[in-house]
Design a protein. Sequence first.
Length: 245
Amino acid sequence: MRALRVLLIVVVILGGLFVIVDRVAVTLAEGEVADRLRTNENLADTPDVSINGFPFLTQLAGGELDDVEIGIENYEATTGSGDEKIRIADLTAHMKGVEFSGDYSSATAATATGTATIAYDELLKTAKSEPTRVAPGVTAKVVGLSDGGNGKIRVAVEATLFGAELPEPVYVLSTVKVEGDSVRVDADALPRIGSVELPESRVRAITDFEQRIDDLPGGIELDKVEAAKNGVEISVKGSNVRLAG
């Protein structure tokens, strides 16, 4: 009995040491991957990296991580318009089947899914901010975006009618969708501005717009988008996504 107790104690101690070594190793690996990702994507801040699954050491020995979660608080994506950038907030991505080199100089995920938010003030930069003539005596411009409920965007249009600015903006509910590498906003119905007959094409030149989003981390792409309280929530996805190298 005494020998059995000693054996059990040794097993518990060795198991505890293995857990400690495993957790230390995963912490070091998370830091290394985060540094590589920051350099690779030219990020202003070090991202959050969590390597999930236990034990880590067996994944390390196999050269493939089951599940890696990446969190980037603020990411500046290119827009295809010169040096203009659009800020994407709270980008979180889950990477599955991440193959890596021994020093983490290269790492590629078989698949990736994630979410992020584009604030309404960021998306507003794409809309026409200067008054534009939509009919004789009528000019208009988009002055605000907000949550319209039920997955719609509420677009505020400021208009002038024969030189007199309307006392209140005209509001229109719009559908937001992903179209290729862009987030597109289209009015469900045209707004009424006074009693003037407005050409649809000219009005839609004001109310409808799109924001191109290029160069997301690792080559992930836009998947879906929906209007929410503080901005549009986007879903992203990808395959053979590069974390480093």
